[in-house]
Design a protein around this ligand. Structure first.
Ligand code: AMP
Length: 120
């Protein structure tokens, strides 16, 4: 799947849509989810154009992948959720329920997040 430069997170990165930023640096942007599912619900996205975790893990330099996850950990600590714990989610592709085709992880915390997957 090729990268769609008009996806909503690309527009956020270009400053075309406002966001509630909690952290920004040269590699990543972290901002609060517009429809929070927990007291803390933050999305972390790389600034590079990667469609999904599959794309990022395959195509980004290993150093960039490592740096991204180190930053996710630091952001969770800065949000104050690392002590009690949190859930990291990377919905990937159609079966993963990914809605926005720019790689992102969800940090969910501030309460017990509950069962990992609801059985259907
Ligand atoms: P996913 O299903 O993993 O692709 O999740 C996409 C997430 O992006 C959802 O949790 C949405 O609530 C969130 N979202 C969509 N538009 C925005 C926006 N403009 N600002 C912040 N979060 C958004």
């Amino acid at each position: 799947m090729s990268y769609d430069p008009n996806n909503i997170f690309a527009k956020i990165l270009r400053g075309e849509i406002p966001n509630d930023t909690v952290h920004e640096d040269e590699d990543v942007l972290a901002f609060r989810d517009i429809n929070p599912q927990a007291p803390v619900h933050v999305l972390v996205i790389p600034k590079g154009e990667y469609v999904s975790l599959d794309d990022f893990a395959r195509d980004a330099p290993a150093e960039a992948v490592g740096r991204f996850f180190a930053k996710v950990g630091q952001i969770a600590r800065d949000l104050g959720v690392a002590g009690e714990g949190y859930r990291l989610i990377a919905n990937t592709g159609r079966h993963g329920g990914q809605e926005v085709p720019h790689f992102h992880v969800h940090i969910l915390g501030g309460r017990s997040i509950g069962p990992m997957v609801v059985k259907r």
